[in-house]
Design a protein around this ligand. Structure first.
Ligand code: NAI
Ligand code: SOE
Length: 401
């Protein structure tokens, strides 16, 4: 079985999730498309990298990500750093001929995302952006129902991503509140996942009308590399400015004519990872809530009147990727499984020399939507979303699945 050497850059929350996925992927998907070898891990310093290599099972470590990109033995570069490093690392990795998976958002701005898309297109390497929520089996099942016409022509998509980890004004000023590092706030961090799901399920967006707000204007400075995601309190120490949005709400119009809305906040007490979507069609509706991620609710117009309403399907072996996961519906999947499926699909594309989705073209298209949302928030006007042109070289077209 072919082995692929992985160089992972960034050993925080996503470093953990991706390492777990590389270790576990062949245990779930067997025979594996190729075996991931956890070769080298890079962190901001050599000592962080050394510790991460022991924790996450990597053979080598480095305090300089360029070592990974320049190593001829590395096949795959995995970018799990804060957003400001995605473009520089991905462009260098593409030039070095590496296959690349980058965490979301692909970049801070659509200009950066375009440069990344052009670099992988030019290099012809397999590329993926890690919008893993679409790999939740219930979300893929929603896609299957929609593609089969089970709920008819789509008229409305309502999506939310609500969290509360930063609702406390004394939770620390992580990199996620700094425009120079993150690019934007709730928009790029979490709304962008829902934008990806909206595109996956319904199609491309034509225009947006948005409102972005910031309610907490400064926060206590945070020490240490990895984001504490609100698990620590800053206390009375020095504070720094928040220069990104706390909250985003946007109306959307799809190119196919459907309408809808997307909302996101990280300050909604009581909501934790409340990714929801409700899709209405001419023949039925679908509802999903990630906090109950094994369930998909469906309602069909042709159900008899005395029993019409939402019914719950528990995902299991009969559903997308289900046969690789657990043998009985409702045994339950976790966040980790979405990353395992993501790693499987990425490695399959490398092994087969095919494309995977969402790829950098999708990440660039999503960045164009995010930029349009920002512009609409600034001007108060509806803003049209440009469409990414067809690929200019082999290996870059978007094939959604
Ligand atoms: P984190 O703050 O937990 O970890 C980032 C790590 O990168 C830290 O350990 C930091 O020391 C390291 N780092 C910083 N500069 C570096 C450098 N020059 N070289 C090597 N390592 C460096 O952040 P987290 O939550 O892991 O986020 C990383 C990326 O993943 C972000 O783009 C974020 O948006 C994305 N993300 C995606 C999620 C998803 O569900 N797909 C979930 C969480 C984050
Ligand atoms: C914080 O809001 C965060 O870690 C996001 O960065 C991720 O993308 C999301 O999946 C979980 O929450």
């Amino acid at each position: 079985m072919k082995e692929l050497n992985v160089g992972l850059i960034g050993a925080g929350f996503m470093g953990k999730a991706h390492s777990l996925a590389y270790a576990a992927m062949p245990m779930f998907f067997w025979p594996a498309p190729a075996l991931p070898v956890r070769r080298t891990i890079a962190e901001a310093t050599e000592s962080l990298a050394e510790e991460a290599s022991r924790r996450f099972g990597f053979q080598r470590y480095t305090g300089d990500w360029r070592t990974v990109v320049e190593d001829p033995e590395i096949d795959v570069v995995d970018i799990a750093t804060p957003n400001h490093l995605h473009a520089e690392i991905a462009i260098a990795a593409a030039k070095a001929g590496k296959h690349i998976i980058s965490e979301k958002p692909l970049a801070r701005t659509s200009d950066e995302a375009r440069a990344m898309y052009e670099a992988v297109t030019e290099a012809g390497v397999v590329n993926m952006v890690a919008f893993n929520y679409r790999r939740t089996p219930a979300v893929a099942l929603a896609k299957k129902f929609i593609d089969e016409g089970a709920i008819g022509a789509i008229t409305n998509f309502r999506g939310t991503y609500l969290q509360d980890w930063s609702a406390d004004p004394d939770s620390p000023l992580s990199w996620r509140f700094q425009k120079a590092i993150a690019g934007s706030g709730a928009l790029g961090d979490i709304a962008t996942h829902v934008v990806d799901i909206a595109r996956y399920l319904v199609g491309d967006l034509a225009e947006v009308s948005a409102l972005l707000s910031t309610f907490i204007h400064d926060r206590p400075l945070q020490s240490g590399g990895a984001d504490s995601l609100g698990t620590t309190r800053g206390g009375d120490g020095p504070r720094g400015p928040v220069d990104v949005d706390d909250e985003v709400m946007t109306m959307i119009r799809f190119t196919g004519g459907a309408v809808g809305s997307i909302e996101a906040t990280r300050n909604g007490y009581g909501r934790n990872n409340y990714i929801t979507f409700e899709v209405h069609g001419t023949k039925g509706s679908i509802f999903f809530n990630y906090e109950r991620r094994d369930e998909l609710q469906v309602a069909f117009a042709d159900d008899p009147g005395d029993r019409r309403g939402f019914r719950t399907i528990y995902t299991g072996p009969a559903h997308p990727n289900g046969s690789a996961l657990w043998p009985i519906p409702a045994l339950g999947i976790g966040y980790g499984e979405t990353k395992i499926i993501e790693a499987h699909d990425f490695f399959t594309a490398i092994a087969e020399g095919s494309e995977v989705s969402p790829n950098f073209r999708d990440g660039y298209q999503t960045a164009l939507i995010d930029d349009a949302i920002v512009r609409s928030g600034e001007t108060g006007a509806w803003v049209r979303v440009p469409t990414v042109e067809a690929p200019v070289a082999a290996g870059a077209s978007s094939s959604r699945r």
